[in-house]
Design a protein around this ligand. Structure first.
Ligand SMILES: C[S@@+](CC[C@H](N)C(=O)[O-])C[C@H]1O[C@@H](n2cnc3c(N)ncnc32)[C@H](O)[C@@H]1O
Length: 310
């Protein structure tokens, strides 16, 4: 959240900076968000630069991203030291964005840029993936599908930790092609690659679905579509394992959850959630026994597991 809203006794709406905005988007304070943005090759800087426009107009973030390529928003973007090809590619990517796919739509990027994007996703997941797959005993599960699995880091760690489990990495076809190349030196006997669109099409049945950094990038309606499909295709007694940084109930921590929330708010229709919000989201779709495990250390993920009743 960028701003917190409160309605006073006279019905007047009052806005104040959210904890994340005060901490990371306030002039004069150390802008630790900027280093995250730079690490992601200035993709997010374009959107940070449009922040006043976003807040003043309250227009859909997706529209703003499209406008950024048109004429009605003055472009004062500071691209830093990003090269011209990267800038062109960013603009093209924003124009090509399809609302059924999460920003920034890696399938629309050139192979060279996709490889860079996959590498960024991989570096975010790599430190915590081994702990994440062991945060719950997943050994009773026989077939797992890692929906929107990106680089495959979580799938690979799942396949390593549970050699008897069949693991499928599922992502958009162009992303799957890149992931296969990216992991060429790390072939796992119990892991397969499947290309598809989990919003528009179907995906294999399983007794375990993993959704790592997927839910936080979509708007509520799309999350409902996806969770409905996951529930329907999941075997009775099966599990869904959501891997996202879970916010405290006060939404004042952890730090990486707050910064992620700001970044996600800027680049997509999504946001980070508290444990209670995940509980109610999952229960609304029929899941039960929601359990949250926090992953220690500097990382971008926690684990939220829920069951489909028999
Ligand atoms: C932020 S990445 C997360 C990747 C990986 N799960 C991780 O944690 O590193 C989101 C992934 O979802 C994939 N994705 C987005 N929309 C999709 C769709 N409609 N069908 C299949 N995959 C999709 C993207 O291609 C991307 O690889």
């Amino acid at each position: 959240m960028l701003l917190d809203k409160e309605v006073n006794d006279n019905g007047v709406s009052l806005y104040r900076n959210s904890v994340g905005t005060s901490r990371y988007l306030t002039r004069g304070k150390k802008a630790s968000l900027i280093s995250v943005v730079k690490m992601q090759e200035a993709f997010l800087l374009q959107m940070l630069d449009k922040l006043p426009h976003l807040i003043k107009t309250g227009r859909s973030k997706m529209n703003i991203q499209k406008e950024m390529n048109g004429n009605d928003v003055e472009d004062k973007t500071n691209y830093g030291d990003v090269d011209n090809n990267t800038k062109r590619e960013m603009a093209q990517n924003l124009q090509n964005t399809n609302s059924t796919k999460m920003m920034p739509g890696p399938d629309k990027l050139s192979p060279d840029f996709q490889m860079k994007f996959i590498a960024v996703m991989d570096s975010l997941a790599a430190p915590s993936a081994p702990s994440l797959v062991k945060s719950f005993d997943l050994s009773p599960h026989k077939e797992a599908v890692d929906l929107g699995g990106g680089s495959g880091r979580v799938s690979i760690e799942l396949a390593k930790a549970y050699p008897d489990m069949k693991v499928a990495l599922f992502d958009l076809p162009p992303v799957i092609q890149i992931a296969q190349k990216f992991n060429a030196s790390q072939q796992m006997k119990n892991m397969t690659y499947i290309g598809g669109d989990f919003m528009a099409g179907d995906f294999p049945r399983a007794d375990l679905y993993v959704l790592a950094h997927v839910i936080h990038g979509f708007e509520n309606e799309q999350i409902d579509t996806l969770l409905k499909k996951v529930y329907k295709r999941l075997s009775p007694g099966g599990s869904v394992l959501i891997m996202e940084k879970v916010l405290t109930e006060e939404k004042d921590g952890p730090d990486l959850g707050i910064t992620n929330d700001l970044v996600i708010s800027l680049m997509s229709q999504g946001r980070e959630r508290t444990g209670a919000e995940y509980n109610s989201l999952l229960c609304r779709h029929g899941f039960r026994n929601v359990v949250i495990r926090h992953i220690e250390g500097y990382n971008y993920y926690d684990a939220v597991m829920a069951k489909k009743p028999f």
